[in-house]
Design a protein around this ligand. Structure first.
Ligand code: ATP
Ligand code: MG
Length: 742
């Protein structure tokens, strides 16, 4: 029974709970549903309402923006500008690639047209009529070259080939046979004549005696036309039509001209080196052209074969294909159009800034000016770097080596020197050999930032280029510089660096199977660098008085200046700026080691004022270095030593100078005078605030003295006293806290 009651009670309880709970649940869910419906309606309303529109005036102005946003916006603008510049460059590059393609297509089209033309009458008969004249002209030109004579000595017979586009008249063949036999009879040789046809000639004929070719064919004319076309920019479609019409008109009235050149044959190609035979009279350093259009330079002549380096790619060169002499040694475009540009050693622009419009070329190897053509070094070339202008002064026409371990600021000195030439009427050529491409673009950017690119040319054979191009780079750069020098202008050339150049030449020499000498460098490496650096000179007035000042750079290993290449270049140059990695790491930058650096001729070119002031600096610094070594372990130092140490430390601090901060000569003289005369009191010189303030003080308040200093002439005792007094006045003001500097 009890169980029945419990069950009934339980059921009643459940019923009550269900009834009461349903209400509560309904209430809870009811309100939620209502809320959701309400929110949905609100959302609908928002969706349907129009978006708020700001009129232009309502957009907050720049200066009202929080500075962070403004900064971000500026950064974005900058990125956009850089992107645009990049796009422009890309476009220009695409344009120049397209131009090459258009030219190729144009040539193909023209060859087809000319072929058609000479197969139709009356042009076909006209060109055939001219064959006899061509033969006569060729026969009036033929002669035996020294190469042929050498060949005849060993082989008795000289091969003669007569080739033509159409079958030749027997009368003409006999005429050629008779003339060549007679020619060879004069030297007791025999000849063997081959007659061939080649429709690729389009028209005309060609006689080859030994390696010499007398070419009167239409295809040869087309070849020369293509070379001319490649040199000229194609500006518009009209230009293409004009060229086509002109060419066809000339072709219709075709009169053969005889071109004489020599041919050879490719034997083997490997590692950028090509061995050939033929080319009987070729000379060292001459340019040769392969059938595919690639070029190379002869670097080795042996009795039975000729070795050359290939510029650029060599995949298309086949064994057995023909090579022809171009008839000149390697040359580069020169002139004012190069200013502001980056070119490779062949003279092709590589900065993506379009075609180079040049009118003049200059061979990369010429002999150096003779002794009588030179004048002594007498004008300073200011680097704007205190440590150099004061202690190792450079004169125009001098060759001063920058030598040091890697990452010791060698390039930095060279670039600062270029920047300091602004407004000084000096043209700069920076030759980068085996440098990273990123570094070259960084250098270009920095030079542009300091407005120095306007008077600078960069010749670059980066690390990714072939050893052949790296080898000719400094010669090409010198040719560019020489052009300006012979115009009577002053040029500064930097070879960065000649160690990499030596390595490139070693690679070439080893590939050419030349015996290697010390450190595996070829025996003529010394001659290579001396004939390069000898071309820097100060020309005499008679020749215009121009100059080339060379700053070759050499990288040493662990400061070893007695290695082969450093000793070689040290002995060729007129002094060296030695950069010490220890000093560099101590924070002494530029890290010029005064003890090991020397300038053998620059002293005579130094401004008299600087000479007067810097006369004792070298000894003072040497004394300081020595005392420093002595006293670094001792604590007992007498007053005199302490004073010397103190003034040495001040002098060393003054010689510190940041990058891209070249100083005018009078400013350098002033601060060095102040420090060497101990007029700076106990003020710190490390941060450069004192010197900046001193310059401002002189410019604003000591105009008369400043003008005297700017002349660069020696100071009289009276002026020196006045300058001393002015410096003391400034120092006192600084000590009193009245003048804090710049
Ligand atoms: P490498 O052997 O790689 O060619 P390098 O000797 O040419 O090196 P730089 O590239 O000129 O040396 O300089 C090395 C580093 O030292 C750079 O980061 C450069 O910014 C810094 N540096 C050079 N000169 C100074 C200077 N006067 N003040 C401050 N930093 C400098
Ligand atoms: Mg460098």
């Amino acid at each position: 029974m009890e169980i029945q009651y419990v069950i009934i009670n339980f059921l009643i309880l459940v019923a009550i709970l269900v009834i009461a709970g349903r209400k509560t649940v309904k209430r809870i869910f009811g309100t939620r549903r209502e809320r959701i419906i309400k929110e949905l309606e609100e959302a609908d309303e928002i969706n349907n309402s129009p978006l708020p529109v700001f009129s232009e005036e309502e957009i907050p102005l720049d200066d009202e923006l929080p500075s962070e946003i403004e900064l971000e916006r500026r950064a974005a603008d900058k990125k956009l500008a850089a992107l645009k510049a990049f796009q422009d460059r890309e476009l220009r590059e695409i344009h120049s690639r397209m131009t090459v393609k258009v030219k190729d297509e144009l040539m193909e089209h023209l060859s087809g047209k000319v072929k058609e033309l000479f197969l139709t009458e009356p042009y076909h008969s006209k060109i055939r009529e001219k064959e006899e004249r061509t033969v006569d002209e060729i026969l009036s030109l033929i002669k035996l070259t020294p190469g042929d004579m050498a060949y005849l000595k060993h082989h008795e017979v000289l091969y003669v080939t007569l080739m033509s586009a159409f079958p030749l008249d027997k009368k003409l063949v006999d005429k050629v046979d008779k003339a060549t036999t007679e020619l060879l009879d004069t030297v007791g040789g025999k000849t063997s004549l081959w007659v061939k046809e080649d429709p690729d000639f389009i028209g005309g004929l060609r006689l080859r005696i030994g390696d010499t070719v007398y070419d009167g064919t239409v295809s040869e004319e087309l070849y020369h036309f293509k070379r001319r076309l490649n040199r000229e920019p194609l500006t518009s479609d009209d230009a293409v039509t004009e060229i086509t019409e002109d060419f066809l008109k000339t072709a219709a009235n075709y009169a053969p001209a005889i071109n004489i050149y020599q041919l050879g044959r490719v034997l083997t190609v490997s590692d950028g080196i090509c061995w050939m035979d033929g080319l009987a009279d070729i000379m060292y350093g001459e340019v040769i052209e392969f059938e595919c259009g690639d070029r190379g330079m002869v670097l080795d002549i042996q009795p039975d074969r000729i070795g050359c380096v290939i510029f650029g790619e060599y995949e298309h060169i086949e064994s057995g294909s023909k090579v022809r002499r171009v008839g000149r040694i390697a040359s580069v475009p020169v002139g004012d159009t190069l200013l502001g540009r980056v070119i490779d050693p062949r003279g092709n622009p590589i900065d993506g800034e379009g075609h180079l419009h040049f009118t003049e070329k200059r061979p990369i190897e010429v002999s150096a000016p003779a002794i009588l053509d030179r004048a002594p070094v007498d004008t300073p070339l200011l680097t704007g770097i205190k440590a150099i202008d004061a202690l190792v002064p450079i004169g125009k026409g001098q060759r001063e080596l920058i030598i040091g371990d890697r990452q010791t600021g060698k390039t930095a000195i060279a670039i600062d020197t270029i920047i300091n030439q602004k407004g000084k009427n000096t043209i700069c050529v920076y030759v980068a050999i085996g440098q990273k491409e990123s570094l070259i673009s960084e250098i270009k950017e920095n030079l542009e930032k300091h407005d120095a690119m306007e008077y600078t040319v960069i010749v670059s054979a980066s690390a990714s280029e072939s050893a052949a191009l790296q080898y000719i780079a400094p010669f090409a750069g010198t040719a560019v510089a020489e052009h300006f020098m012979y115009e009577g202008r002053d040029v500064l050339i930097i070879y960065d660096d000649l160690s990499k150049h030596a390595v490139a030449y070693r690679e070439l020499s080893l590939l050419l199977h030349r015996p290697s000498g010390r450190e595996a460098y070829p025996g003529d490496i010394f001659y290579l660098h001396s004939r390069l650096l000898e071309r820097s000179a100060h020309l005499s007035e008679k020749l215009g008085g121009g100059s080339i000042t060379a700053l070759p750079v050499i990288e040493t290993l662990a400061g070893d200046i007695s290695a082969y290449i450093p000793t070689n270049v040290i002995s060729i140059t007129d002094g060296q700026i030695f950069l010490d990695s220890e000093l560099f790491n101590e924070g002494q930058r530029p890290a010029v080691n005064v003890g090991l650096s020397v300038s053998r001729v620059g002293g005579s070119a130094q401004y008299k004022l600087m000479k007067q002031i810097s006369g004792t600096l070298r000894t003072k610094l040497a004394q300081y270095r020595e005392l420093q070594d002595f006293t670094q372990f001792g604590t007992d130092i007498d007053d005199v030593t302490k004073k010397t140490l103190d003034s040495g430390a001040r002098l060393t601090a003054t010689l510190r100078q940041g990058r891209y901060q070249p100083l005018d000569s009078w400013k350098q003289s002033l601060i060095l005078f102040a420090v060497s005369e101990n007029l700076t009191g106990s003020l710190s010189l490390d941060d450069g605030i004192y010197e900046k303030g001193l310059f401002t003080f002189f410019e604003n308040e000591q105009k008369e003295l400043t003008d005297i200093l700017k002349t660069g002439n020696k100071m009289s005792a009276e002026t020196a006293e006045k300058v001393k007094a002015a410096i003391t006045e400034y120092t006192e003001r600084c000590c009193d806290g009245n003048f804090t500097g710049a």
